[in-house]
Ligand binder design. Sequence first.
Ligand code: ADP
Ligand code: NI
Length: 217
Amino acid sequence: MTHPAIQKAHDFARGHFGEDGSGHDWWHVHRVWNTAIYLAEEEKANRTVVEIAALLHDVADWKLADGGEEAGMQQICDLLTDEVDGKELDHVCAIIRSLSFKGAGVATPMATLEGKIVQDADRLDAIGAIGIARAFAYGGNRNRLIHDPDKPPVMHESFEAYKKNKGASINHFYEKLLLLKDRINTDAGRKMAEERHRFMETYLDQFFREWEGTPLD
Ligand code: ADP
Ligand code: NI
């Protein structure tokens, strides 16, 4: 039987992210959940904590949460408080707080195996064919250009600078997506990241050849 907290997290996430058009819709959460389960089995982690954290991982995200990160964390606490013990709740909350990418030059360490797994699952969904789709969905949702050759990528050294960034979506590949392969925590995750990384390189190569508007060789 499904743990009641997993069921609750599932139902909450499904309602919460249903209409999102920025690449953070319910199916993003669903893919991260599936990948996190796979990695938890491979790495022999606590599946209950992994599943709950994966299902709720974007609820308090700085890019998305109405009312900010703290309001999102409070929603998570309210949802889980009768379903899990204090230790598990603290573990889930600590994972969700540390998860997000915060700039090329900003470390985002994860203390526990369960946290490393959920972070890997989230990052795997940001790369490869789906990652490409999500980057442009996010850009469109925030009115960003696809590409602006006059504004090169910036390697952000602080979370503040990364947050303020309004660059074109192609820059996001250089500022984040191509860096993720080397920031994956688990061996099983790294294997999955390699293929997805290569696909993005192929995609970018073709993108820039088409950009010139002349026949491809
Ligand atoms: P994280 O918490 O690590 O940022 P998310 O689940 O919130 O992970 O998803 C991040 C995704 O949002 C990125 O992989 C990308 O698809 C999109 N995104 C975020 N910032 C930008 C941006 N500046 N340009 C294009 N896409 C972006
Ligand atoms: Ni996510």
